[in-house]
Design a protein around this ligand. Structure first.
Ligand code: ACO
Length: 389
């Protein structure tokens, strides 16, 4: 249920509005449909389960950007372009190397993407071809930036992209220097598909608001990264890992979670503005987490996650609070060997496709976003001289 708020303004006029714009229709879109009551998600009409089973991140990105699934040739050409655009421009890489190692990865990613905008020759132009070229370049380069940030933090040299590897496998390779096995690469590929798009969430809406001023694409994407970073949004997957580490053992789950619920603390990775049942992406990720726990022989994080899910279902399930996409992605990334600092950046590596698709859609029939608010401050105050204050 939307949290409606009723206020009376200084003129005695009563206003009712939805806090956090819950349920407010901001514009129309053909990119994503979410049925929050039944836990269904569709990218351009295709159920997320079908895409997770049959597609690749590259194909899904093409589909989101251009509206139709690619032919073999279109996919080949798209993939070739992505591979061509993977490298970070040299001057940007040099500046990246100077950035503080301890800074938050999302903040560095945001800064680097903003910086890359300086090297785009025509980033203020909004022709379809120019915008789609910029979108493809950003999708291609995000993994290279995230991997470079992580390597530099560890005191290692960034690794150049490998054209023989797909998008997901190449990310793993650039992070740890070893080519992954086919299963690990496929798991990450599915993670990237699942996180690629999700309607008018905070970061996507941010990108559309920013581009609606007809500013450059890099400004819109830079703002979206800043939005995704927050713990109420994409930052929650790191929050989940912190929670799992804080709990520490399967035996301690019960006590810690119940105490947190008692003190009204939010459990990261649970709850969603739209889903009031299990997030379909969490369902898929839960299965991968279970499989990875078996393969690696390290049951702890999956077992703890399942126990938390069980307690939460009993305690708050009737209030529509279930695992969201961030909950099981934490243990999946853990099993894939990723460092906690790049969990949210991996989300960005995927969501750039959705942001770019929305930026392109917004530009096709743009109208400036300019909502209003109810003014509750004072009116007609006199201006006191500074000596009288
Ligand atoms: N743990 C415990 N209680 C919760 C949780 C949670 N994770 N989520 C919501 N609630 C409770 C709130 O405390 C509140 O209770 P109250 O009515 O007694 O005050 C009620 O449910 C409604 O919560 P809101 O925060 O108002 O609901 P909203 O629609 O804004 O929630 C949100 C969405 C922000 C995602 C929230 O569920 C949350 O903070 N979850 C934890 C962070 C998280 O996992 N974010 C990732 C979301 S998915 C994504 O962005 C990719």
């Amino acid at each position: 249920m939307a949290k409606n708020r009723e206020v009376v303004d200084k003129f005695g006029k009563r206003h009712t509005f939805s806090e956090g714009m819950e349920g407010v229709v901001a514009t129309s879109s053909e990119i994503c449909f979410i049925n929050g009551a039944e836990g269904r998600l569709f990218y351009r009409g295709i159920p997320i389960e079908d895409l997770a089973e049959n597609s690749t991140f590259e194909e899904t990105s093409y589909f989101l950007l251009y509206g139709e699934l690619p032919t073999q040739k279109e996919l080949h050409d798209f993939d070739t372009r992505l591979k061509k655009y993977r490298a970070i421009p040299d001057p940007v890489l040099e500046i990246l190397k100077q950035m503080p190692r301890k800074a938050n990865t999302m903040q560095i990613l945001r800064t680097v993407v903003s910086l890359m905008g300086l090297y785009e020759e025509k980033s203020d132009e909004h022709s379809v071809s120019e915008t789609s070229r910029e979108a493809e370049k950003l999708i291609a380069v995000f993994p290279t930036i995230v991997a470079a940030i992580q390597r530099l933090r560890e005191g290692k040299e960034p690794i150049s992209p490998d054209k023989s590897l797909g998008h997901a496998a190449n990310l793993i390779y650039m992070v740890n220097g070893e080519k992954p096995d086919a299963y690990a690469a496929r798991v990450l590929d599915v993670c990237l598909i699942l996180h690629a798009e999700h309607g008018f969430n905070a970061s996507t809406f941010t990108s559309r608001v920013v581009i609606s001023t007809l500013t450059d694409v890099h400004s819109a994407i830079t703002a979206a990264i800043g939005s995704l970073r927050g713990p109420l949004h994409g930052g929650a997957n790191e929050g989940v890992m912190h929670l799992l580490n804080e709990i520490g053992s399967l035996e301690a789950v019960d006590e810690v979670i119940r105490l947190k619920l008692k003190t009204k603390a939010k459990i990261m990775g649970f709850g969603h503005r739209v889903y009031k049942v299990l997030d379909p992406r969490a369902k898929i990720l839960s299965q991968y987490s279970e499989r990875l726990a078996e393969i690696t022989g390290k049951q702890k994080y999956y077992a703890m996650s399942k126990k938390i899910e069980e307690i939460m279902e009993n305690e708050v399930g009737d209030r529509g609070i279930y695992p969201n996409v961030d909950f099981f992605s934490a243990s999946v990334y853990h099993y894939l060997g990723f460092n906690l600092e790049i969990y949210t950046p991996i989300f960005a590596v995927s969501r750039i496709s959705g942001w770019a698709a929305h930026v392109m859609e917004q530009l096709r029939e743009n109208r400036l976003f300019r909502p209003s608010s109810v003014y509750l401050g004072d009116i007609d105050r006199t201006y006191p001289k500074i000596s009288d204050r």
